[in-house]
Design a protein around this ligand. Structure first.
Ligand code: PEP
Ligand code: MG
Length: 895
């Protein structure tokens, strides 16, 4: 029979799957001898069983009873005791942290009797009744899912009757009365009285936490953070420590380093006379840890010693929740802390430098997504800027958008394509969908550890919080600055998450220092600690990775940038981009040409243009391989729109000003019109339908390479044929390329190396890769088309049409155009690679679809043993980093 409950003394930080993150870390601290209120953890397995069966496992209740008995014994108090009661908290805690997304119930164990016991023990009736009314309220709202406004309304009425504005101005008698009213609300709204039996309170609270795993906001959060939906949450039941017992008590949160910048030194917020969530809810403004030092030096010193110990033990930055009860410090939680991207890089390198972690570990402490975030632009500091106020820099970045004051509006306007800044007094977990939709978040209350700040940092959203100078009025949808300036819904503002500044209007943005470093404009030195950290990590990554990283670049300018960003070649030059603008006419001529001679004449026009393009490209990539793909898209993409041209010709006819060329063109456009052009005359099919086209392109490539070689440089062209589905297609085109090579050799006497390969972007190509490899020097997976053709999803349409429903329904966890679908498309990649290499063991295999720059997909390509990934120049650093991380992961897996 399964065991569902473990005492804190029984687990360790290795047990996150079973005990959840919070439970595992509470056990770890308990076993380190750090002061943790005793308690026990109900496993994630129990939650999964509840979610599957709709009922708690049969043996759970007896196990909980046993552990409660042990807890009562350890504390020398019992639940519900009228003289000296034990109170417990019930908190969720999944394997992966989901801050504020699930339920917590505090003060379980209070009833009409034990509230008197608590008042007697503490000599503080006000405290006892405040704790009781909080329990009744929380129980009604979260366990019974009653309307929270009924409780808030009762609170407002009693304050009004007493003529006070703050909760703390209510006395014990008021709170006793309030508790009665709350109990009446529960009875009226749920049809049953508030349970007086503490064990029933506990049972129901545990079930409420299990249920909250599937609350809307939790489901949304998991989808965003890609947390599996079937893990379930553990539940931690712990003896209560009270931060709200008066001025010698309080609650706080702290980090062992600054979670925004990574700078060394402790950082945190403390709220005297407050319980649990009060600190992060931003209800009152908090004190810094230095102010705590002045208030209670003993607790402060002890806290710092514990934080130091935890950081050394976890070998990473930790975040901590603590409570001081009557001058006694208790640790309520610790975990490896969430941090910004900048902090992640700096902390990893600082810990590497002081010998705490190895180079391999430093690489595991940062991600490609974080690096991508650091490559976001920042606001320009020169020029006129209308500063409205300054808040706290909670999550870096530069965001410009229209002011909105509630999450629904944020979502609506964002869906209509607007950039919005979500402005709230403070956010709560129900604002998550608004925060996801917004480009930036601004709050007037709460510190760097408030909900808004923590969630925004996790999502990489720009956030400024605690801008107290702003008077935010969500009812009139406006905020007012101290000098009376008003910003209304729809007005544009700019917020700087790195400095906390808030500006009216749109502030121009500049490149990030990390991009400037990659561009070679900033040196990694002590003036730039972040850039130095990135430089150090990238140096390690480059030394550790196996896969090469190339760029998708079509112009010399892109190619040069790609090189600066570390590309080791071009993996895809889409030549169609060389047929746009003024050159489009040549394609029209080609389509209108009716004889071989006429077509040949067009090739003669195009050859020198193409050759010049390739000379520039080879020059920019001097010495590195350059994969050039022959023309791929359907011809209609180069022709005028059928409807526009029909109207033009019809009008011209009607007015007697007919133009022959347009009429001819219209016939051609009608001829080339296809119902499904993506599945029509494109790629290699085009090369076969228009003999000489690919030969001309190949000749331009090889002549350009020859010119570079003659000039003393070196060029390594790799000619790539798109959309091949059968080896015969490739063989056909190879004959043209051989002809082109012959022509080039006649013109130039230099020795030329070149490869001819194919894209694998159709299922048939992957399935017949063994045969195709006979005719190919290399394969490059075009995972954009391969995803399109494997799923039958039109890549241009589906993401903006029904995908959101697929994502909501959980049919897809993430778009397969973003992250490779391992099971389907990935399987074809595996078959294609393995069968290709069975024919040619040294076959070079790469990928050049968008997935080449996606971290998770890069890990898949490493697992499959691809030689390189190719992605857009800006993603090249991300791919370099992830290729190294993927290799380490693979080594770990096989170790
Ligand atoms: C692909 O299909 O993955 C690819 C790289 O080619 P394109 O995106 O140009 O179709
Ligand atoms: Mg393609």
């Amino acid at each position: 029979m399964s065991r569902y409950v473990y005492d804190f003394t029984e687990g360790s930080m290795e047990d996150k799957d079973l005990l959840g993150g919070k439970g595992a870390n509470l056990a770890e601290m308990t076993n380190l001898g750090i002061p943790v209120p005793p308690g026990f953890t109900i496993t994630t397995e129990a939650c999964r069983a509840y979610l599957a069966d709709g009922a708690v496992p049969e043996s759970l209740e007896a196990e909980i009873d046993d552990h409660v008995a042990a807890l009562e014994k350890a504390m020398g108090r019992s639940l519900g005791d009228a003289v000296d009661p034990l109170l417990v908290s019930v908190r969720s805690g999944a394997k992966f942290s989901m801050p504020g997304m699930m339920e917590t119930v505090l003060n379980i164990g209070l009833n009409d009797d034990s509230v008197e016991g608590l008042a007697f023990q503490t000599g503080n009736p006000r405290f006892a009744w405040d704790s009781y009314r909080r329990l009744v309220q929380m129980f009604g709202k979260t366990v019974l899912a009653l309307d929270g406004e009924h409780f808030e309304g009762a609170m407002d009425r009693i304050k009004e009757a007493r003529g006070v504005t703050a909760d703390v101005d209510l006395d014990a008698g008021d709170l006793r009365e309030l508790t009665r009213r709350f109990q009446a609300i529960i009875e009226a709204d749920s049809g049953a009285p508030f349970p007086q039996d503490p064990r029933e309170q506990l049972r129901e609270a545990v079930v409420a936490v299990f249920r909250s795993w599937n609350a809307d906001r939790a489901v949304l959060y998991r989808r965003r953070e890609r947390i599996p939906t079937d893990l379930g949450t553990a539940v931690n039941v712990q003896a209560m420590a009270f931060g709200n017992r008066g001025s010698t008590s309080g609650s706080g949160v702290a980090f062992t380093r600054d979670p925004a910048t990574g700078q060394q030194g402790v950082y945190g917020d403390y709220l005297p006379n407050a319980q649990g969530e009060d600190v992060v809810a931003g209800i009152r403004n908090t004190l810094s840890l230095h102010e705590l030092e002045e208030l209670d030096k003993t607790s402060y010193d002890e806290l710092l010693a514990i934080m130091d110990r935890l950081e050394k033990h976890y070998r990473d930055m930790c975040d901590i929740e603590f409570t001081i009860e009557d001058g006694r410090l208790w640790m309520l939680q610790t975990r490896v802390g969430k941090r910004t991207a900048a902090a992640a890089f700096r902390i990893a390198v600082d810990l590497l430098d002081d010998g705490t972690i190895s180079e391999e570990e430093a690489l595991q402490r940062v991600t490609g997504d974080q690096l991508a975030q650091l490559m976001f632009p920042h606001f320009e500091t020169t020029g006129e800027r209308a500063l409205l106020a300054t808040g706290m820099s909670a999550s870096p970045g530069a965001a410009v958008g229209r002011a909105v004051f509630d999450s629904e509006t944020a979502v609506r306007r964002a869906e209509a394509g607007e950039a919005v800044i979500l402005i709230r007094r403070e956010t709560n977990p129900d604002d998550l969908h608004g925060m996801v939709a917004a480009t930036g978040i601004l709050t007037s209350r709460g510190g760097k550890t408030s909900h808004a700040a923590v969630v925004a940092r996790g999502m990489g959203r720009t956030c400024v919080c605690g801008a107290e100078a702003l008077d935010v009025d969500t009812k009139t949808r406006c905020f007012t600055t101290p000098n009376g300036t008003k910003i209304f819904e729809g007005d544009v503002i700019s917020i700087d998450g790195s400095t906390g500044e808030i500006f009216a209007g749109e502030v121009p943005v500049t490149a990030s220092p990390v991009v400037q470093y990659f561009e070679g404009e900033i040196e990694p030195d002590e003036d730039h600690p972040l850039v130095s950290a990135v430089h150090r990590i990238m140096t390690i990554a480059d030394a550790r990775r196996r896969m090469r990283v190339r760029a998708n670049a079509d112009t010399a300018e892109d190619a040069a940038r790609a090189r600066r960003f570390g590309a080791e070649g071009i993996g895809l030059c889409r030549t169609e981009h060389m047929f746009l603008g003024e050159r489009r006419e040549h394609v029209e001529h080609l389509i209108l040409a009716e004889t071989d001679e006429a077509r040949h004449a067009v090739f003669e026009e195009l050859l020198p243009l193409q050759r010049a393009d390739f000379v520039e490209l080879f020059r920019a990539m001097e010495g590195l391989p350059v994969t050039i793909r022959l023309l791929d898209p359907p011809l209609h993409e180069f022709l005028p729109d059928l409807t526009d041209l029909s109207v033009k010709v019809a009008l011209a006819k009607a007015t007697g000003h007919e133009i022959d060329k347009d009429t001819q063109l219209l016939v051609a456009v009608q001829q080339h019109h296809e119902q499904n052009p993506m599945l029509g005359l494109r790629g290699v099919r085009l090369g076969i339908a228009i003999p000489g086209l690919f030969e001309m392109q190949a000749q331009a490539i090889l002549e350009a390479a020859a010119i570079i070689t003659e000039q003393g440089g070196s060029a390594h062209p790799e000619i790539m044929v798109p959309l091949v589905g059968a080896v015969e297609e490739l063989r056909n085109i190879k004959e043209e390329i051989a002809e082109a090579a012959h022509e080039a050799r006649l013109k130039h006497s230099v020795h030329l190396d070149h490869l001819v390969g194919t894209m694998i972007e159709l299922p048939r190509a992957a399935l017949t890769a063994g045969e195709i490899a006979q005719a190919a020097d290399f394969f490059s997976f075009g995972t954009n088309d391969l995803t399109q053709t494997t799923w039958g999803f039109s890549r241009d349409d589906v993401e903006s049409s029904f995908f959101s429903q697929y994502l909501d329904a959980g049919i897809l966890g993430v778009s397969p155009f973003e992250t490779i679908d391992r099971d389907g498309v990935g399987r074809l990649v595996r078959i294609g690679t393995d069968e290709g290499r069975r024919t040619k063991p040294n076959l070079k295999v790469g990928v050049c679809g968008e997935h080449g720059g996606d971290p998770e997909s890069v890990h898949f390509f490493e697992e499959r043993g691809l030689d390189y990934v190719s992605c857009s120049p800006f993603r090249v650093p991300v791919a370099r980093l992830e290729a190294a991380r993927a290799r380490l992961e693979r080594e770990d897996a096989t170790a």
